[in-house]
Design a protein around this ligand. Structure first.
Ligand code: AMP
Ligand code: MG
Length: 283
């Protein structure tokens, strides 16, 4: 889902969080799309793992030409960021993942400007980075909760665009995803956190305050998604009420991001045949 122009905010309310755009019809999925999607996530996960290994290998052999991938995940509370990381990024080798979650900045982090801690967390060459929340919080929670005046957060859209341009020019493929859940689904998931003792730790009373500002958050998301959408660092809104669709759509998107990089295993920079003969000669 791409916006039309920076001046036309995305209409999130027009995107049904229970919808499943792009999912093949019953002819392909059979009677149970959920079962099909779960199996596909496994299968695509294998492909993602191979792609990630190529990314890693290319950077190991030639760091100067190496690339990276950065997935930025944003969502309202209970949007499923953690689940998506577990199920989709979890298919890849932990060795090549660079996962970072962002909470409220410390006073030290604040001193360097809002992008300071973000720059520090960018994936090194050859790595797949995942941001669980990101610099976008600085135009979302900061705006909605009035943590900074508009004169401070408004110029950030342009700063974010410049920053992301720089990151992309440095060889990182950037893909930004908003997991889009409904108010009803959020209520259900928050309630689960209050009912299931194994989930109590995930609940934060502040989440109910954020929930009360749902419309303000959506307005802030709509503007951020429109103002900071570009061909080289696009935003996607993924309907996320159905977890199986969320995981399938995200896997799909990552596979596409990798495909655009046209990766392959690097050629050896040594004489393969000579090395093979050497080892064969060694009893
Ligand atoms: P969670 O993702 O549930 O661990 O919560 C992290 C919290 O950190 C959320 O309430 C975010 O809104 C908050 N947070 C993340 N980045 C910032 C930021 N730049 N300024 C203020 N709060 C933030
Ligand atoms: Mg939380």
């Amino acid at each position: 889902m791409r916006s039309e122009s920076p001046d036309v905010p995305i209409d999130l309310d027009a995107i049904d969080p229970r919808s499943t755009p792009g999912l093949p019809g019953h002819k392909v999925t059979g009677k149970d799309p959920k079962l099909w999607a779960r199996a596909e996530v496994e299968r695509i996960g294998g492909e993602l793992a191979t792609q990630q290994e190529m990314l890693f290998a290319q950077a190991a052999v030639d760091p100067g030409q190496g690339r990276s991938v950065l997935l930025v995940l944003q969502a309202m509370d209970c949007g499923g960021k953690d689940g998506a990381v577990k199920r989709v990024a979890g298919a890849m080798n932990p060795l090549g993942l660079h996962i970072k979650a962002f909470g409220p900045p410390t006073s030290q982090e604040r001193r360097g400007g809002f992008l300071w801690r973000i720059r520090k967390a960018l994936p090194p060459v050859g790595y797949v980075g995942v941001f669980n929340r990101s610099h976008y919080e600085d135009v979302l929670v900061v705006r909605v909760n009035g943590l900074a005046p508009e004169s401070v957060w408004r110029p950030r859209y342009e700063k974010i665009n410049e920053f992301e341009r720089e990151v992309v020019e440095g060889g990182t493929a950037v893909v930004k995803v908003m997991l889009h859940i409904s108010r009803d689904e959020q209520r259900k998931r928050l309630m689960q956190r209050l009912v299931d003792p194994a989930k109590h730790w995930k609940f934060n009373p502040d989440d109910l305050d954020s929930r009360a500002r749902w419309d303000d958050y959506h307005a802030a998301y709509a503007e951020a998604l429109a103002r900071c959408d570009s061909d080289s660092a696009p935003w996607y809104v993924l309907p996320a009420d159905r977890k199986w669709y969320r995981d399938w759509a995200l896997s799909h998107l990552l596979r596409q991001t990798f495909a655009d990089l046209k990766l392959s295993y690097p050629q050896p920079d040594y004489d393969l045949a000579a090395q093979r003969r050497r080892l064969e000669a060694d009893g």
